[in-house]
Design a protein around this ligand. Structure first.
Ligand SMILES: [Fe+2]
Length: 330
């Protein structure tokens, strides 16, 4: 009974947080957004996912509260990663609200946008073309990046960032043969640098982060919630290299740390040898399990010999240190 009461109370608080902060000013963390070691940090970036922008005023406010927090980081963020489901339905008016939300802010030196399944839907039934066009157009408008494909590679402070994209309108990803070949070539190139490689994909790998159960279906199939049909090909490529960090979203799962894994069946940061998988909570929606509140993501600090993954509520301006993970670089 007490657990039920606590769960109910959490949900009420979460809704209060979403809808009342513009009026009551819930933001608490002025001047606390600083790197652990500003003298030795080599790369400093924030990562959020599942913004699901629509025309709703409250969604713009939630996003802008987070962008404000990032803009006021004392140690300037080199990049902001958006790991897909930028919009709720891939439509122009939703991307317009996303663009409008970003326009007053400079949250980071670079913005790295990835496509999610919701961004592939549009109102043109089952057609990927218009969705890709919208993504490319607004990636250019918001990040200034001119792309030919929704998948692309870039560098920040010399560190490779490889962004994967679905090329179809399904809930799972479709990664074409061409993209798989491109991924192999980009990973080869990135590995030559002997630095951590950051791979951004809306979709996590199958059987990570509690999948398929955490996808939420009653009788889940093995690949539900993951890349889908090309899952094992993508996984094999990524796991062929050292110090690979896959940053995903899609599951709308709140933060869970290693010691809570028995309760929830997953952790937000999981490692398999030199492959590390970081699954981001939904920035906009109340997450299904784990830490329920929205407005969260990770702030990632890269040093010579370790990567520090720090959980933060960007809308409340608060660090959630219980979920921090430090990963040594080989
Ligand atoms: Fe989503």
């Amino acid at each position: 009974m007490w657990m039920l009461f606590k769960a109910f109370f959490c949900v009420v608080l979460t809704f209060l947080n979403i809808f009342t902060w513009p009026v009551f000013g819930f933001y608490a963390g002025e001047n606390n957004y600083e790197a652990k070691n500003d003298e030795e940090i080599l790369l400093n970036f924030a990562a959020i996912s599942d913004i699901h922008m629509t025309d709703e005023w409250a969604r713009m406010q939630v996003l802008q509260c987070g962008l404000w927090d990032m803009e006021h980081a004392q140690d300037k963020l080199d990049a902001l990663v958006l790991a897909g489901d930028l919009t709720d339905g891939g439509q122009v008016h939703e991307y317009e609200k996303l663009r409008e939300s970003f326009s007053p802010y400079t949250p980071a030196g670079e913005i790295i946008m990835a496509v999610g399944n919701h961004d592939t839907w549009t109102d043109e039934d089952d057609e990927y073309g218009p969705a890709k066009e919208n993504f490319l157009k607004y990636t250019e408008e918001i990040s200034g990046r001119v792309l030919e494909n929704a998948y692309y590679a870039t560098e920040v402070n010399g560190y490779p960032f490889i962004v994967l994209a679905s090329e179809d309108t399904h809930t799972s990803a479709f990664i074409s043969e061409e993209q798989l070949k491109w991924l192999r070539a980009e990973m080869d190139k990135a590995a030559e640098k002997e630095l951590p490689i950051f791979v951004i994909s809306h979709w996590p790998i199958a059987e990570s982060h509690g999948l398929p159960e955490t996808w939420g279906d009653d009788e889940p199939e093995l690949l539900d919630g993951s890349f889908g049909d090309q899952n094992y090909e993508v996984e094999a490529i990524l796991k062929d290299y050292e110090n690979v960090f896959l940053i995903s979203g899609h599951l709308h799962n709140g933060f869970v740390n290693e010691s809570q894994k028995d309760v929830f069946g997953y952790a937000s940061v999981e490692s398999d040898g030199s492959f590390h998988s970081i699954n981001l909570p939904s920035f906009m929606y109340v997450n299904f399990r784990g830490r329920l509140g929205n407005g969260c993501g990770y702030s990632i600090e890269v040093y010579e010999d370790e990567v520090l993954i720090r959980a933060r509520s960007f809308t409340a301006g608060v660090w959630y240190t219980d979920y921090d993970v430090t990963i040594p670089v080989k």
